[in-house]
Design a protein around this ligand. Structure first.
Ligand code: HEC
Length: 338
């Protein structure tokens, strides 16, 4: 019977699909050393960061607007009052099934992080030596690490002391503790190690079904970060940010056109900076993204081949039996008994 013969093949393929999706689904934070820990730097002062990877700002899921994605910040504001606007989804080189990082973009993003963001934000799960993945050589990384002062100790007098950083050190926090950071800005700047994976939004039915298959969820974090940096839409109110709940942000507008001096000829504009630094933060949060995707693809191909093999094996095994076998049936033809 045709339908019967197909069954193992079909279920094999279905199993393959399920497994492959499982592998490719974003959010496997194990890729990064210790990244399952909550973002640092803000334990007591900032409840949303203290709760770890709580999606969306202030632990609130941003409500969908009739399944549509807002692109015009002003229009969204009128529609939602104090609610955070849904950031526009940008396209990223690392999105999708074959995603990969754009090394030049990561280098620019790192430059923005180093020159601007690192004055307030720590990145305590990323070590200087990890920058080798961005194409820096050992000497460059050593020199770079040495520009930071890292706390070490205690020494033989029992005191902590500062020394120049080494490649094995992690990006230090610019503040001695989260409380000091909160005292300076009203709120502690969250640690950036996992920020790009700790922020997303939901678009509700039916858009979320599409989002699941396109895996756009994976790139929501960087889209959000990029949007926040450009969300200071009221020039008379420096604390106003369209993408934050209640449109209040404790971070002073960190970036403007022309602020960071790119040397590769890339446009020195706010949207460009925002996108580059967001891509860099995605790398920081998931340095093994490319390996994960490549593995997912290999597994999918293997499972497809395996399903085809199973199909032919099944056909062969059942070939001797022929048609339907009805166990317990009275009239069994000669052919079937044989
Ligand atoms: C002057 C200090 C300062 C600088 C510089 C700074 N930030 Fe912040 N940042 C903060 C503070 C404070 C907060 C907490 C804001 C809040 O929760 O209201 C924050 C929060 C954020 C958030 C999180 C919003 C959320 O969802 O909780 C993002 C994203 C962010 N910063 C990105 C950046 C990037 C990227 C840069 C570099 C281009 C940067 N920041 C530079 C102080 C700073």
């Amino acid at each position: 019977m045709a339908s019967c013969a197909f069954r193992p093949g079909v279920s094999g393929a279905a199993l393959g699909l399920v497994l492959a999706l499982g592998l490719a689904v974003p959010g496997s934070a194990q890729d990064h050393k210790k990244s399952a820990a909550p973002p640092a730097g803000s334990t007591s002062a900032d409840p949303k960061s203290a709760a770890g990877n709580v999606p969306a700002p202030a632990g609130e899921t941003i409500k969908p607007q009739a399944g549509e994605q807002a692109t015009d910040a002003k229009a969204t504001e009128a529609a939602t009052g104090g609610e955070a606007a849904i950031p526009p989804s940008l396209s990223w080189s690392f999105g999708g099934l074959f995603g990969h990082y754009d090394i030049a973009q990561l280098q620019r993003g790192y430059q923005v992080y180093k020159e601007v963001c690192s004055n307030c934000h720590s990145m305590k799960f990323v070590a200087f030596r990890n920058l080798a993945a961005l194409g820096y050589n050992e000497g460059q990384i050593k020199a770079l690490a040495a520009t930071y002062q890292v706390e070490d100790g205690p020494n033989d007098k029992g005191e902590m002391y500062k020394r120049p950083g080494r490649p094995s050190d992690y990006f230090p926090s610019p503040f001695p503790n989260p409380e000091a950071a909160a005292a300076a800005y009203g709120k502690a700047p969250p640690d950036m190690s996992t920020l790009a994976k700790a922020r997303n939004w939901e678009r509700g039915f039916p858009a979320f079904i599409l989002d699941f298959f396109t895996q756009s969820e994976e790139t929501e974090g960087p889209s959000y970060i990029s949007a926040v940096l450009q969300g200071y839409t009221k020039s008379d109110d420096p604390k106003y940010n369209i993408y934050m709940p209640n449109h209040k942000i404790a971070m002073p507008k960190p970036l403007s056109d022309g602020q960071v001096d790119y040397t590769d000829g890339t446009a020195k504009t706010l949207p460009q900076y925002s996108k580059d630094v967001a891509a860099f933060l995605m790398w920081a949060a998931e340095p093994k993204l490319e390996q994960r995707k490549a593995m997912g693809l290999r597994v999918t191909i293997f499972l497809i081949v395996f399903a085809v093999l199973l199909f032919f094996v099944k056909k062969r095994i059942w070939a001797r039996v022929g048609g339907d076998v009805i166990i317990g049936a009275r009239e069994v033809s000669d052919k079937r008994v044989r």
